[in-house]
Design a protein around this ligand. Structure first.
Ligand code: TNX
Length: 461
């Protein structure tokens, strides 16, 4: 293990440019750090200026013996600069001297949490978000509905949450609960205060058993179906040939669009194994225009690339396969792509064969696998220009607590966050391995139940 002398580049994600001034340090007080970003802070002077060409999220930090100057063109850049300062100040408040100039590779850097298979409360979501923003994650994707539960109140459709969010919902019946629209607004506002955009997902036409249980008029024959709390996928479907389907879908999407200030509405579209290809395309031809009708951009899991995609539609690639002709065609036609290949970014995959939580259908995902890949080289023909960014989904079939969430998220989320923020040619596994080790004692002190991955030389906690 190397010595614990602080270095200016010991930041995750790795900044674009680091110019250390090794003879210089500045010691910051906890008070000044907590007020960083506010005016009249003598220790951290903030300047909003676009003189440096830092872009929407970039920032410039200069640490001298006299104090810290943080410059950015936009408030988001100030916020990310403060996250860098927090990491550098960790422990003793000593900041290494020098200059950092930083800006992200991708505009979309997301973490997803599945509230359907196991519900997490507003306070739990907020606490999780606080840990994510430290790594400059700027989108929080909420998977709100699935076979085992429906987690967002929809006025006019009360049984969705009365039944779909009630006792006995979630995998093994162990994850009940739902967000009222007021709860959702609270999460959205909390995220916005941290420069994070909430991306709500209503999964359809598959993954809808909870909705069918609540409203049997949505089933093919109008007969009730039984609730399910197992982890199977691909058995439920909305009915493409029924007008009731579209009345329901439009009411839901309008409610979610109205409640969401961010630009995206995720309509799912994955694993529709019980929907014929014709019905799938017919369904999407009516549903994909709806986000646009309500002022949003549609995102869908990449199976939607089998349908005609309206301009502006975003495709989220999730499979472990090495190519997908439809995604290729969509990218060639100018549709943006989010990369979340399961064999790299799925936080619910086991780290190794002994990991007590998680799944392994996409293989094991040790920290190095989550780190050591290039999103622009993942699918042949889907290059940098087509990419909106990177996302790390956490599906919750096996999760029962916040500690479970943290165990699968840390340290892999920081790895994916660096994939999304830092320049490919500057990234290096050995460097990441050293930098991430520094977070062990910090997470331990904060009570974060991270996984002490054997690939990393963690200091004693
Ligand atoms: C596949 S990823 C799913 C989810 C499961 C996940 C478990 C995706 C778009 N669909 O329904 O929860 O695998 O890893």
């Amino acid at each position: 293990m190397r010595s614990l002398t602080k270095r200016l580049g010991d930041v995750i994600p790795l900044p674009a440019l680091v110019v250390p001034e090794p003879a210089v340090t500045f010691t910051i007080t906890p008070e000044a750090l907590s007020r960083a970003g506010e005016p009249d802070n003598a220790e951290v002077r903030v300047e909003l200026t676009d003189a440096d060409g830092l872009g929407a999220e970039g920032y410039r930090l200069e640490i001298t013996a006299a104090g810290v100057t943080l410059r950015a063109a936009e408030p988001a850049g100030v916020f990310w600069g403060v996250q860098t300062l927090r990491q550098l100040a960790a422990g003793d408040g000593v900041l290494p001297g020098g200059v950092i100039e930083d800006r992200p590779r991708f505009a979309y850097r997301a973490a997803m949490i599945d509230l359907a298979r196991h519900f997490f409360t507003v306070d739990e979501i907020k606490a999780h978000l606080d840990l994510l923003v430290g790594f400059k994650i700027n989108h929080l994707h909420l998977h709100l509905t699935d076979d085992q539960g429906w987690r967002l109140e929809i006025p006019g459709w009360p049984r969705l949450t009365e039944v779909g969010g009630g006792p006995g919902t979630g995998c093994d019946g162990a994850g009940p609960g739902f967000l009222t629209l007021a709860d959702y607004a609270e999460v959205v506002a909390y995220a916005a205060d941290r420069f994070v955009t909430v991306v709500p997902e209503i999964d359809m036409p598959g993954h809808v058993n909870a909705a069918l249980v609540a409203y049997p008029e949505l089933t093919a024959d109008g007969q009730p179906v039984a609730p399910r709390v197992d982890a199977e996928v691909g058995y439920s479907s909305l009915v493409a040939g029924k007008e009731e389907t579209y009345a329901f879908v439009e009411a839901v999407l309008k409610t979610v669009a109205d409640a969401t200030p961010g630009p995206y509405l995720h309509i799912g579209g994955d694993e529709c194994l019980n929907t014929s290809p014709e019905d799938y395309r017919a369904f999407l031809s009516r549903v994909l225009p709806l986000p646009g009708k309500y002022g949003k951009r549609a995102i869908g899991w990449h199976e939607i690339a089998a349908a005609d995609l309206p301009e502006g539609t975003v495709v989220q690639y999730w499979r472990p396969e090495e190519q997908d002709a439809n995604v290729n065609a969509a990218a060639s036609a100018g549709r943006a792509v989010i990369m979340s290949p399961a064999d790299r970014t799925y936080l619910d995959m086991k780290y190794d064969a002994d990991t007590p939580l998680g799944l392994d259908w996409a293989g094991l995902v040790p920290v190095r696998r989550a780190y050591d890949w290039d999103p622009a080289a993942r699918l042949p023909g889907v290059t940098e220009e087509a990419l909106l960014g990177v996302a790390a989904p956490l599906w919750s079939e096996t999760l029962r607590s916040v500690a479970d969430v943290q165990f699968l998220t840390f340290p892999r989320l920081p790895a994916v966050a660096e994939v999304g923020w830092s320049r490919q040619d500057a990234r290096d596994w050995e460097s990441f391995r050293e930098r991430v080790a520094l977070f062990g004692p910090r997470w331990a002190a904060a009570g974060v139940a991270y996984f002490r991955a054997p690939e990393i030389d963690w200091p004693a906690n």
